[in-house]
Design a protein around this ligand. Structure first.
Ligand code: ADP
Ligand code: MG
Length: 703
């Protein structure tokens, strides 16, 4: 049989158990090899019966002296074994058993191994000991290896109806027979550099470790054997990404933008500030990419408020100046409108023909917009995903900036590439993503990081208040507004119902206006408003015509009103960390001291406590992201839908971060040396890579 044969044909499996295996994600023999134990039990220390102590967990080996079914005075049936070794004897008892099975299994004189908790036998002779429902294994003389006892025993993740012992026996058979046949695909020099064991040995040690193995390392999944397997998984992933990067860049013909820098020069003069060193560095990386004849695929990371937009603007201008059209896509209409509002004056001044493309414009207007884009008259389009989803045809699309995206999937990128003759793409993330995640999800993109905030920013003072302290919070809001500040009050999305959420925000706005702050101007913004209404409200807030803006989470991302200095987050316990960080990032953008007030309502879950603690502790988005990743795990962090997260069977990007870095370095170096994996010693690797990626990526073609 071959490694990719179906598990069903393994002895002892069959269709029924194959269905159970399928629930565990195991279909082929190879899959089974990668089904790693969840934990281990050390049943390797065999003790003489005379040395057993009640209360301890122990393993003994002895001969069966007697096997019988007893009935107690209360008519309870017990299956009892008496087992003896050179030092003494003890009993093992079962209250639940199948008589026929047990009597045929346990024959007088057989050698048996038992593991369990030692207790005083209430029915035994003085001092007699027993184990109740112990783990057991009849030692088969033909089979010299123990499976369930007398060793470090693997405990597998299992599913209802699949007994641990049955699963373990099958795994033993598979690892024994097929483990040695698993191809070792990691190149020799890498294996030597990291002192990795051979894959066959690693599989053996992970599943059925030697008794001398370090139990602690095994349990944590960081034994040498584990690390070898984890590396392989990361290595294949990063090789795939390195290959895709090659496909998206080197192998494609893109645009080598030639810009004079004149627009950039004029923009620099128009801006009221100069770029930070980090912005300049990142902009240089982008410009170098753009000047190359291969398409750019770059991820720009930067904390909230680090000034990504202006970097995007410079990039867009280079494309326009070189005679191409450019587009910037925002995740929400509000944000698209804000970009338009903020950038329009500058773009007008620079003479760039700009269009805002929205979802809610009338047909006639839409047609008109499409025509102006298709004719090339419009040089810069600002919009939402509508830009790529609708029938928008550009004449000469050169650069697309995707703003504030966390979850920009592979498919969307592919869509985009079809739009133009391989436009350059710059993806900007809404909040920082931990490096390890960026390397897996966005691993095919080049990475730029703005790791510096513009000068003069003061840290936002963050406070936690409970609902009962509400009047204190209102007093504070009042004081801040008297001093010239502006305030956001944000309501969370109520999961069950958007309606409820809207009602909460609407009621609150009315209540605040009527009962609490009758002397102030209060605005309300939410997702149900039309684009125009939203635009008007944001404009009023920006022009300081409103003191307080009550909002649903529509303002979460990107909104930039530097005069706002207080952010109140209602039901802060319900928000995710990234959201809290984003929301807090709406203030502290000007020179005024700013505040973020977390209003928490009971009950507060344990995870929520961790989140609130993290947000109170630091304002560094990268640290918050790491914390968030730890609390939620990668799948949730990215949002399970369209996360683009590869399914990792054995690796854990938090635990194994250093191995990920190593695998990435090696994979990209290898791709540089042997891009098509055509060297003879890379053949097993190439096959494994094709197997792993064939369903996942249309873009990857190797060799
Ligand atoms: P984000 O990275 O969160 O998208 P923005 O691009 O919205 O941040 O920038 C936040 C604020 O900082 C804006 O008001 C912007 O004008 C301002 N800004 C950007 N770069 C600088 C800089 N170098 N010096 C001062 N202010 C800056
Ligand atoms: Mg932004």
């Amino acid at each position: 049989m071959k490694m990719d044969d179906h598990i069903q044909y393994i002895k002892g499996v069959g269709p029924k158990r194959a269905a159970l295996f399928a629930k565990l994600g195991v279909h082929s023999i190879e899959d089974a090899c990668w089904l790693l134990p969840r934990r281990y039990e050390d049943r390797s220390h065999i003790k003489p019966i005379s040395q057993l102590e009640p209360g301890s967990i122990a393993t003994v080996v002895g001969k069966i002296k007697q096997a019988q079914v007893l009935t107690t005075r209360r008519r309870r049936r017990i299956f009892e074994l008496t087992v003896g070794d050179d030092s003494g004897a003890m009993t093992a008892k079962w209250f639940k058993f199948n008589t026929r099975y047990m009597t045929s299994l346990f024959k007088k004189g057989e050698l048996i191994i038992l593991s369990g908790t030692v207790e005083v036998d209430p029915y035994g002779f003085f001092g007699g000991l027993q184990m109740l429902h112990p783990n057991y294994e009849v030692i088969d003389r033909d089979d010299d290896e123990l499976v369930h006892s007398g060793r470090i025993v693997p405990v597998y993740p299992t599913t209802e109806g699949f007994h641990q012992k049955a699963l373990r026996s099958i795994m033993k058979r598979i690892i024994l027979e097929y483990g040695p046949k698993v191809a070792d695909i990691v190149p020799l020099d890498i294996k030597q550099r990291y002192k990795f064991p051979a894959v066959a040995q690693a599989l053996q040690q992970v599943h059925f470790p030697d008794n001398s193995a370090d139990l602690e390392l095994l349990e944590q999944g960081i034994s040498p054997a584990h690390r070898r397997l984890v590396f392989e998984e990361f290595f294949l992933l990063e090789l795939g990404l390195a290959n895709r990067r090659r496909q998206l860049t080197q192998d494609r013909v893109g645009i080598a933008f030639k810009s004079t820098g004149e627009l950039a020069h004029r923009l620099t003069k128009l801006l009221p500030f100069s770029l930070t060193a980090a912005q300049k560095r990142v902009l240089n990386q982008i410009k170098q990419d753009m000047a190359r004849p291969q398409p750019m695929n770059r991820l720009l990371q930067g904390d909230v408020g680090s000034g990504k937009t202006v970097v995007a603007l410079f990039s867009l201008l280079s494309a326009v100046e070189a005679g191409y059209q450019a587009a910037i896509m925002a995740p929400t209409e509000i944000l698209a409108e804000q970009h338009y509002l903020n950038l329009r004056p500058l773009l007008d001044e620079l003479g760039v023909n700009t269009l805002l493309l929205k979802g809610d414009i009338k047909n006639k207007e839409k047609q008109d917009a499409y025509e102006r884009i298709a004719s090339g008259e419009v040089q810069l389009v600002i919009g939402t995903h509508a830009i790529i989803q609708q029938k928008v045809n550009f004449l000469r699309l050169g650069l697309v900036v995707i703003d504030e995206q966390h979850r920009f999937g592979v498919m969307q990128r592919a869509n985009l590439i079809r739009k133009g003759a391989s436009p350059d793409v710059l993806v900007m993330t809404a909040t920082p993503i931990p490096r390890t995640l960026a390397l897996t999800v966005y691993g095919d993109l080049a990475l730029s990081v703005i790791d510096e905030l513009p000068p003069g920013r003061q840290p936002v003072e963050t406070r936690l208040h409970y609902d009962r302290e509400r009047s204190k919070v209102y007093g504070f809001i009042n004081k801040q507004i008297q001093a010239g500040g502006q305030v956001y009050i944000v309501y969370p999305l109520v999961e069950e119902s958007e309606k409820l959420n809207l009602k909460a925000a609407t009621d609150m706005a009315a209540h605040l206006q009527r009962d609490i702050f009758p002397h102030l101007k209060i605005g309300l913004i939410h997702g149900r408003l039309s684009g125009q209404e939203k635009e008007q409200i944001m404009r009023d807030f920006k022009a300081q015509k409103l003191h307080i803006l009550v909002a649903t989470t529509v303002i979460e991302v990107g909104i930039d009103v530097p005069s706002a200095s207080v952010m109140v987050i209602e039901h802060a316990e319900r928000f995710g960390l990234a959201q809290l960080h984003q929301l807090r990032g709406r203030v502290g953008r000007g020179t005024e001291k700013s505040y973020c007030i977390l209003l928490a309502h009971f009950p507060i879950t344990e995870d929520a406590k961790l989140r609130l603690k993290a947000i109170l502790n630091t304002q560094d988005g990268f640290m918050i992201a790491e914390e968030d990743l730890k609390i939620r795990g990668p799948g949730e962090f990215l949002g399970t839908r369209q996360s683009g997260l590869p399914d990792l069977r054995v690796a854990n990007i938090i635990r194994d971060a250093s191995l990920l870095e190593a695998a990435r370095t090696e994979a990209f170096a290898l791709t540089q040396k042997d891009p098509a994996l055509s060297l003879p010693n890379h053949q097993p690797l190439k096959e494994a890579l094709l197997r792993k990626w064939k369903h996942k990526l249309e873009l990857v073609q190797i060799g």
